[in-house]
Design a protein. Sequence first.
Length: 192
Amino acid sequence: MSGTADVYTQATLSPSKLELLAPWLGQQAWFSGDSEDLERVAFFRFVDPDGEVGLDSMLLASAGVVYHVPVTWRAEELDEGDLIGTLEHSELGTRYCYDATTDPVYVAELVRVIREGDTGADITNVETGQPLAPTAEVAGSGVTPGVDAQGAVRLIRILDAEHEDTHAARGLLTATWTHEGTQREDVLAVLR
């Protein structure tokens, strides 16, 4: 387990996460859904070892397709990242939201989880101190000692058999979760 993520379940977000993501998703080549028809169907978290950056991974459904959309939340701007937008968090103030694939903190933690065969973070409700169950359980496959995995990682954005390319994989991040009453196991990232 890669730490504990603190979540403010009673916080007000303006705009909401889905309202913030909708215009950005509509501009992504891999997104063919309706950005006005988004539903968060599952989520999990990683933890920044320095405790500064929120590492938030969402599985979003639109028009019958499920998308893997990890983002990072920062208190200050990231010079080289792909900024999705900003929102006001009633407890944390202004939060800058980035496409996680362009945030070095997320990429480093994703590669570490895959290499070490680790899992997603435990999640705690800050207001009550009680644990929250993620709706997707994720696990890295680990990398066999002596295998040369350079750390080139590819995120799988569209969760279906057509897009689950594990060719030349040295390590994987997989998610087990339930959608519309059916248990699923999806590959979310491939380490080559």
